[in-house]
Design a protein around this ligand. Sequence first.
Ligand SMILES: Nc1ncnc2c1ncn2[C@@H]1O[C@H](COP(=O)(O)OP(=O)(O)OP(=O)(O)O)[C@@H](O)[C@H]1O
Length: 300
Amino acid sequence: MSGQIVVSGLTKMFGPVRAVHNLSFTVAPGTVTGFLGPNGAGKTTTLRCLLGLVTPTAGTATIGGLRYVDLPQPSSTVGAVLEASSFHPARSARNHLRVICTVNGYPASRADAVLDQVGLLTVADRKVRGYSTGMRQRLGLAAALLGDPGVLVLDEPANGLDPEGIAWLRAFLRRLAADGRTVLISSHVLSEVEQTVDDIVIIDKGALVRQGNLGDLASQQGSTVVVRTPDPDRLVSALGRYDHRPGIRRRDGAVMVDGLQPAEIGHLAFLEGIELHELTTERSDLEDIFFALTGEGADR
Ligand SMILES: Nc1ncnc2c1ncn2[C@@H]1O[C@H](COP(=O)(O)OP(=O)(O)OP(=O)(O)O)[C@@H](O)[C@H]1O
């Protein structure tokens, strides 16, 4: 598949720091895939390996079966926006893009085509210095789209966007995937991508934690029982002695239990003489999966 991304046994050491450790995953064309992990998990390093900006210590990262350096026409195969792109502040968006067109041999008309695509055509002659964060993000995206690539790689594209900007980005990325493009976006904030992505790849400390279809992972994860009691410590200690070793977290004063039914928790509390004020079931959303898998935010 020409637009398939395959990361295979990827490891990157920076001196003694192991940024990525034996990481393998695939990203399919026609989907938006969320590349998720807490800060420092190794997302940017992986994307930089994929884009030929750093050399892997071991393993490979390929696009359509080729490493970035071996792509015959890299900029029209893959478009990328890594961290806040730098723009010449005194240059207009149209000029900025026309310079890139000249460098890459694209017709100058591509500049206006992509400005239109990202909704910046009406402000194309304004100097970039006056652009908001959202407008700069759109301009970065426009630059990545100049070569009409089949693969898009975006590092934290929702960073600094307001809710309206996030909604726009979501619809925009969905359209690109619907056209058959491969879209890989990284984020450490799950709520930003939850409604955008089809598949997710979660990494932590450089290694793969989980990969799959978001819906499938959410249903596998099951549900969480929210328990409120005046004596949470005793409840946690009683649950810790339970045969099945349920997953236990604290959130906003409540005890969150994975792997047990409400009736089982109620019965245990009754046997231990623990007073309960709430015993409700909450479907696991992506945030809970993320916390459960990486331990981020867990308060045990
Ligand atoms: N050039 C470098 N030299 C040394 N260490 C590095 C370098 N680049 C990244 N690291 C380290 O590698 C680890 C992974 O960093 P990376 O930026 O890939 O994570 P990330 O998941 O993208 O995090 P964030 O969301 O904070 O950007 C971190 O411990 C980081 O400090």
